[in-house]
Design a protein around this ligand. Structure first.
Ligand code: ATP
Length: 232
């Protein structure tokens, strides 16, 4: 589980994340929503120590990780799947997953067959280059590469991006299933409300670097709420 207390972070003198506090329980999926530029990506990056300036407490599975560096945080079990996914397009599906195994450090990674079990489309394409996959398959590969190190916390930045609209719900269903079946917790930055509703239990709403609202994800079914927080 993740506990974040009074997190403040910036690229320079002006804070982009301002006093953010929230928790995510084991196996819980939380959607982080908000308009463009409010700081959602920056929050994920600051949890991974990828920002120069950061203050506040970050506790992962009962241990403070806010003094650790990015690769050390990954080895403690928090993995980021960035926007655009970071697939190595010339390497095969299997080689991409092997790269995820190396990120595991001392954590014993899953055997390949086990890592691929939730992703039948990848099993059939194990020797194909990552760049030859469809958007949805690449998103699955990014999830498989993160899950192979048996993380306790996944940070997903816009998993619906570049995925055909008619299979967005499959990605949402997959994220929900990974959380149920492995107990991984998920913080999901997502503009696609369909995916958020499919995968998440709760939502956090961000405005100008602050969490201004927390509630059950079903609130996003209300057009008035969407209009207020997302200007849809
Ligand atoms: N590398 C960077 N250096 C300096 N400022 C940055 C950097 N990346 C983002 N910012 C600024 O930080 C603020 C928050 O950006 P961020 O990308 O976190 O927002 P976001 O909510 O994820 O938006 P989007 O949905 O468009 O990705 C913006 O004002 C942005 O210009």
């Amino acid at each position: 589980m993740l506990n974040v207390t009074d997190l403040t972070a910036s690229y320079g003198p002006v804070p982009v994340i301002r006093g953010v506090t929230f928790s995510i329980a084991k196996g819980e999926v939380v959607a982080l929503i908000g308009r463009n530029g409010v700081g959602k990506t920056t929050l994920l990056r600051s949890l991974m120590a990828m920002l120069p300036v950061r203050r506040g407490q970050i506790e992962l599975d009962g241990e403070a990780v806010d003094t650790l560096r990015t690769h050390q945080i990954a080895r403690r079990g928090m993995m980021l799947v960035p926007q655009g996914r970071g697939i190595l397009s010339r390497l095969t599906v299997g080689e991409n997953i092997a790269a995820g195994m190396r990120a595991a450090g001392d954590r014993q990674p899953l055997p390949l067959a086990e890592a691929l079990a939730p992703f039948p489309a990848l099993r059939e394409r194990i020797n194909n280059p990552g760049g030859a996959l469809s958007g949805g398959q690449q998103q699955q590969l990014a999830l498989a590469r993160a899950m192979v190190s048996r993380p306790s916390m996944l940070l997903l930045d816009e998993p619906s991006e570049g995925v055909q609209p008619n299979i967005v719900h499959e990605i949402g269903e997959l994220i929900g299933r990974l959380a149920r079946e492995t107990g991984v917790s998920v913080l999901l930055v997502e503009q696609n409300i369909e995916l958020a509703l499919q995968a998440a239990h709760r939502c956090l709403v961000m405005e100008k670097g602050q969490i201004v609202h927390q509630g059950p994800v079903d609130e996003l079914r209300d057009d008035a709420v969407l209009k207020r927080y997302l200007a849809l």
